[in-house]
Design a protein around this ligand. Structure first.
Ligand code: GLN
Length: 533
């Protein structure tokens, strides 16, 4: 294959139009033609990464295999393309500035005045090209924010420069919104025209316009947009609302997005395209009529993006089980012993969600207790796993005051604690255990039969660990520590084999579930939830 081609995806008119999904969909289409594609996201905010951000800001923090806390769009890239992203796949202005300032302190700039142009823009361009050194045909770079934001300026300037430096290898896709004015019964292109003008002022001419819309675009709208915005008519692409994000690649194919990209870059279009597995998935999804009712118990219920990857993993697992996911969220702060049965009744299974801090923990513990005593399938993830073990220790083992030192710093029975002696041997960012670690699965355990292998690799994002001092007590009482880190001996998975499906994992399997490779634990959890025997 020839030189790497760079595709930039910018957004205008409004935020939340789905740049991430459009970028991932284009990646999927190019990949289905046999190209090697990498997706990347630039976030204009000044935080160094998403690790310290509350989910209220940008939803969940996605974790890459190499332990980077990243924007949740990387989850879309991985789920759509079945690839592993890395720390190079998500860069924030904070990291760009940090790197430039470190270079300045080291004297790398030889006494020059350090400026946004060229120093910040050079750093941005290097970050984009760093991915290209890995021999990709296409790098699709999504620029966060909306054109016109002050903080996106250095990124757009870098796009302008790259286009100037590599005129035959760069392409710009601008995603905008076409509102429908009901009183006039008309779709309005004026906001798109203004947004393109804004880009042009910055020296960037879009090559392709993707118009997000709730109504079909007629030929006139397409013609008018093309004329006013200097783009070819076949480069005006409709992106209409669809019931599932997984249908977007198919819609984009119908609109010829990948063809126009190849055309504009002067590349052949005669490859055979294979999207059959993807189509099978979306067909299965549409045909599933029976429901599976799953509840997520967590503290960010008003904010579905906080559990984005868990939600998508459950959609995938339900689809492969020929079910439509009916997901409900339960605010753990509002769950108590008196109302738990009432709240969780009618569910086929529950996921007790990950989390940090003390808020809502008792409700999660009560939900675990309810699931255990009523044999309701329960999947505990991260803090959810910790709550399941705490509940079991308190009510079955008899360690009445067992707790995590995260929740109660003075507690004597530290069932979950910071492991001082292991700290040095762990890959950490601050004090967090981040990224992929191996986990050895116990012979004859339930999870070993689900995974169908002895060793798995899963991604972590946590500080506290199960205290091995209590492992024997837990196992004697009927909880099996069925997954253990082979190097450190840390317990990563627990299960109660006497129950229908009761599994807790310290890691985050949701980061490893993709459309074409759904995660075995989610698949089996949904299978068990619908199995009424
Ligand atoms: N707060 C817990 C810890 O740091 C669990 C984090 C999580 O849910 N991943 O150990």
């Amino acid at each position: 294959m020839g030189k790497t081609k760079y595709i930039f995806v910018t957004g205008g008119v409004a935020s939340s139009l789905g740049k991430g999904i459009v970028s991932a969909s284009l990646g999927k289409l190019l990949q289905s033609r046999g190209f090697k594609v990498a997706n990347q996201k630039m976030d204009p905010y000044l935080n160094v990464n998403s690790g310290m951000l509350t989910p209220y800001e940008h939803g969940e923090s996605y974790v890459t295999v190499d332990g980077h806390e990243a924007d949740l769009d990387l989850g879309h890239y991985e789920r759509f393309l079945d690839i592993h992203t890395t720390r190079n796949s998500n860069v924030t202005s904070g990291r760009i500035y940090q790197s430039v300032i470190e270079k300045e302190r080291r004297g790398d700039f030889l006494g020059k005045t350090v400026q946004v142009i060229p120093h910040i823009t050079n750093e941005i361009k290097q970050t984009i090209k760093r991915v290209a050194s890995e021999d990709y045909d296409f790098i699709i770079t999504e620029i966060g924010g909306t054109v016109g934001d002050m903080e996106s300026l250095p990124y757009l300037e870098s796009v302008r420069q790259l286009r100037w430096e590599l005129p035959n290898d760069c392409l710009n896709i601008h995603l905008t919104y076409v509102p429908y004015v009901a009183a006039a019964k008309e779709l309005k292109t004026k906001p798109t025209q203004h947004s393109v003008k804004k880009l042009q002022e910055l020296g960037v001419q879009p090559d392709i316009l993707v118009l997000r819309t709730e109504h079909k675009l007629n030929v006139d709208v397409r013609k008018k947009t093309a004329l006013f915005c200097n783009v070819r008519q076949d480069a005006v692409v409709e992106c209409i609302d669809v019931p599932s994000i997984y249908e977007v690649p198919l819609r984009m194919r119908e609109e010829g997005l990948d063809l126009v990209v190849l055309n504009l870059l002067g590349m052949p279009t005669d490859q055979t395209q294979d999207l059959s597995k993807w189509e099978n998935f979306t067909t299965k999804m549409k045909n599933a009529t029976k429901e599976v009712r799953i509840g997520i118990v967590g503290k960010y219920v008003e904010l579905p993006d906080a559990y984005k990857s868990i939600h998508e993993s459950l959609i995938q697992a339900s689809t492969y089980n020929d079910r439509r996911l009916k997901l409900s969220f339960f605010q753990s702060e509002k769950i108590n012993k008196e109302n738990v049965a009432d709240k969780l009744k009618g569910l086929d299974g529950i996921v007790v969600a990950p989390g940090f801090g003390q808020r809502g923990v008792e409700g999660k513990i009560i939900a675990c207790n309810y699931a255990r005593e009523n044999n309701l399938p329960m999947f505990g993830i991260g803090l959810g796993m910790q709550c399941a073990v705490i509940e079991f220790a308190r009510n079955v083992v008899g360690l009445k005051n067992a707790d995590s030192s995260e929740i109660d710093t003075k507690v004597e029975c530290r069932l979950f604690d910071l492991m001082q002696e292991q700290k040095s041997s762990l890959k950490t960012d601050g004090t967090m255990r981040l990224g992929a670690y191996n986990c050895a699965l116990k012979k004859d355990s339930f999870v070993r039969s689900i995974y169908g292998k002895e060793m798995v690799s899963e991604r972590h994002r946590h500080r506290f660990e199960l205290n091995n001092k209590y492992k024997e007590d837990l196992e004697k009482a009927g909880m099996v520590c069925s997954g253990v880190n082979p190097e450190s001996g840390l317990v990563e998975i627990i299960e109660i084999p006497s129950l229908k499906w009761f599994v807790g994992v310290q890691f985050h399997p949701e980061y490893n579930s993709t459309v074409l490779n759904p995660h075995p634990l989610f698949l089996d959890f949904v299978r068990a939830s619908i199995d009424k025997k």
